[in-house]
Design a binder for this molecule. Structure first.
Ligand SMILES: [Zn+2]
Length: 309
């Protein structure tokens, strides 16, 4: 059951977008998850208040993120909490944010139904279920789905067309290439302390999968060339190595849950290769052969690289 705690003027639209996501993403074998939706004027405070203790520890150290939306996953029998920043609703930005967060809910609902809630389990549970790899796939999936909905709603009216190969064809797409480039250049230009490396790696990797998710909306399945004319292949390879380019195509060719789950071992190999490359670029050496894939929370608290290097 969904409970929407939002001003009346937003409630109907949130409920509509929820039903739309549910109809295409709720697994047939699952019952509808319990979801509390909250629209917060002060996103950071609400995000901190609602987060679990391990996340609060991270926020105490690194600051609470000021996001457009965030899903707080259930620990056990609790509902999913979907938190939106009220400012999103001041423009049509909310359209892709709301879809984005609901896609996460159904992704994790599917994942927990199949593998159990490894998020609430031990590091080993998360490691065995490929939780981290799934997290990054879901980030790509949610970004793609949100932007796709937004693009169809906005751009088709403005004269764009959906091609036979599934891509949306519009002119003047903002791939946010400059944003990704600035992130890549920032990390490439700065010296990163070894105890920060792990956190920064995952932060930039998240930017990368989100950029890939946005591009995937416009990328034909039959094309072997990235759709963004300014695709920053050299900068991506400089930061993460050639595996990061393979990541583009693996994520793009595993767009639904079922194929994505099968691709998780391959994603792990790519993220490991990328992490190794990232460490070599910044520390000049990297000797580990396997990253201990532990929870997001713990990853930010301690450096995997420190233990392995
Ligand atoms: Zn997300």
């Amino acid at each position: 059951m969904i409970v929407i705690n939002a001003p009346l003027k937003y409630r109907e639209e949130i409920a509509h977008l929820f039903e739309m996501c549910k109809s295409s993403l709720l697994p047939a074998s699952s019952t509808e998850p319990d979801i509390d939706v909250i629209v917060a004027t002060d996103f950071k405070s609400e995000c901190y208040r609602l987060s679990r203790p391990a996340d609060k520890d991270i926020f105490d150290k690194l600051g609470t993120p000021d996001l457009n939306g965030r899903v707080i996953l259930p620990q056990r029998d609790e509902p999913f909490i979907v938190l939106f920043a009220a400012r999103q609703f001041e423009s049509d930005q909310y359209q892709h944010t709301v879809v984005h967060e609901f896609v996460h809910v159904f992704d994790y609902c599917h994942f927990f139904t199949e593998f159990g809630n490894s998020y609430a389990g031990s590091d080993e549970d998360r490691d065995q279920s490929y939780f981290t790899e799934f997290y990054y796939w879901s980030e790509h999936h949610a970004k793609r789905s949100g932007i796709q909905y937004f693009a169809i709603r906005k751009y088709i009216e403005a004269g764009g067309e959906v091609l036979d190969n599934g891509a949306i064809c519009v002119s003047d797409v903002d791939f946010r290439t400059k944003h990704l480039l600035s992130q890549l250049e920032r990390v490439l230009a700065s010296s990163i302390a070894s105890d920060q490396l792990n956190h920064i790696y995952w932060e930039v990797a998240e930017e990368l999968v989100q950029y890939y998710g946005r591009a995937a909306v416009f990328q034909g399945l039959d094309s072997a060339k990235p759709v963004d004319p300014n695709f920053p292949a050299d900068e991506i390879k400089d930061a993460f190595g050639p595996s990061a380019i393979k990541l583009y195509w693996i994520l793009h060719s595993n767009q639904d849950y079922k194929t994505a789950v099968k691709s998780l071992p391959a994603l792990r190999l790519l993220f490991e290769e990328m992490a190794r490359n990232f460490a070599i670029v910044h520390l000049g050496r990297c000797q580990f052969t396997h990253i201990n894939w532990i929870s997001q929370a713990k990853m930010a608290q301690e450096s995997i690289f420190d233990k392995r290097l």
